[in-house]
Design a protein around this ligand. Structure first.
Ligand code: SF4
Length: 370
């Protein structure tokens, strides 16, 4: 690292580092034409960055277009009902991002008069805006010399400069941020940031980098030392938790019972069904939640059928879910309504379910039931 820093300092006095020059040449010829690339509007840049976090461009693009069309200005998003925002986000996962997106839009309107702050430090005060997003907005929209460091940047830098520090460690993160901030040219900070990220996404990809056609090949240490597949180094410490959900799909005539997920758990703000979480996976199929006995007191209750067990994978959790369907006689609608209210559930007309934001697991089940 010491040698790299000295080399970079000498280059910054004389000219741009060849790494920088090559990327700046490569970028205009190869960049993808994406709708957020041709603007300096901080709102559009912020929107695209939040939507694309942990999401591939192909998956995120339709969501970006939908949000930009429905909410062309930050004020439109700030004033939208939260259920509408969650519904538009439905299927993209990581729902805390959608809640932060909405909170951040309100913050920009209420506290900054509808204008995004123009510098990196102030941008960091916004809800859901971390160092990466703040650097992206500051450099793309306001021309500030702040390097973005995302997974693509880690990969390109670690391979080209042959750095094997763990990118998941705080020390590793600092080392790569320092290096990127030494490289970034004052004249073209936004273009450089976009170029290195695009290079990582298209050329120096995780599994099959195109080294034979790479314009950085002659200076690339990983290529020279045959360490491309080993870099970057990322030591995973992810603990996966398994959870077992038993859902009750309760209908009564044209109505269905739903539950809005509350704070402090996955899917906050989305709608699923009354559910009990159990500890033993082997009992999932046979188990009936305690509230079923209360339902039985209401009168006629037909246990229609039980679904197969669904497996739903989230970043830190693996969810196994089984659904059992109950059909209540329409003559019991009033009693059912009283019960749902008392139990913290909601009785809604079935056609309205479509418009409610739901986790992907519930969508999958409903699709199978069609
Ligand atoms: S030579 Fe290969 S590893 Fe090195 S920068 Fe190019 S694509 Fe990446």
């Amino acid at each position: 690292m010491f040698n790299i820093a000295i080399t970079l300092k000498i280059h910054s006095v004389l000219s741009l580092h060849p790494f920088v020059n090559t990327l700046l040449d490569w970028y205009p010829q190869h960049k993808r034409d994406l709708p957020w690339r041709n603007t300096k509007d901080p709102y559009i840049i912020w929107l695209s960055e939040i939507i694309l976090q942990q999401t591939r461009v192909a998956q995120g693009l339709p969501y970006f277009l939908r949000f930009a069309e429905n909410y062309p200005k930050v004020e439109n998003l700030a004033h939208a009902p939260s259920e509408e925002v969650m519904r538009l986000w439905q299927g993209l996962g990581y729902y805390s991002r959608a809640r932060n997106l909405h909170e951040c839009a309100k913050m920009v309107v209420d506290e900054f008069g509808g204008n995004f702050p123009e510098n990196y430090k102030e941008l960091l005060q916004l809800k859901g805006v971390g160092t990466y997003t703040a650097a992206a907005i500051a450099s793309f929209a306001f021309g500030q010399t702040v390097a973005v460091v995302d997974g693509n940047v880690f990969r390109v830098l670690s391979r080209y400069f042959g750095i094997s520090t763990d990118i998941a460690s705080p020390a590793g993160k600092r080392e790569f941020e320092d290096l990127a901030n030494m490289l970034i040219p004052d004249e073209f900070p936004g273009t450089f940031n976009q170029a290195i990220m695009e290079f990582g996404a298209l050329q120096c990809t995780p599994k099959s980098p195109d080294c034979s056609e790479c314009p950085l090949r002659t200076g690339c240490i990983a290529f020279r030392e045959k360490k491309v597949a080993e870099l970057p180094v990322k030591i995973k410490k992810l603990k996966i938790r398994e959870r077992y959900f038993k859902y009750a799909h309760i209908t009564c005539g044209d109505f269905i019972v739903v539950k809005k997920r509350g704070e402090g758990d996955i899917w906050q703000g989305l709608f699923d069904f009354p559910m009990a979480e159990i500890a033993d996976k082997s009992q999932l199929k046979e188990y009936l939640p305690d509230f079923v006995s209360e339902l039985k007191k209401l009168g006629t209750l037909n246990v229609e059928k039980s679904s197969h067990t669904y497996k739903h994978i989230l970043t830190h959790q693996r969810i196994f879910a089984n659904f059992v369907m109950f059909v209540i006689d329409p003559s019991q609608i009033k009693q059912l309504n009283d019960w749902t209210k008392a139990s913290g559930f909601q009785l809604v007309e079935s056609y309205k379910l479509e418009a409610l934001g739901k986790p992907r697991l519930i969508l999958k089940y409903l699709n199978d039931e069609k």
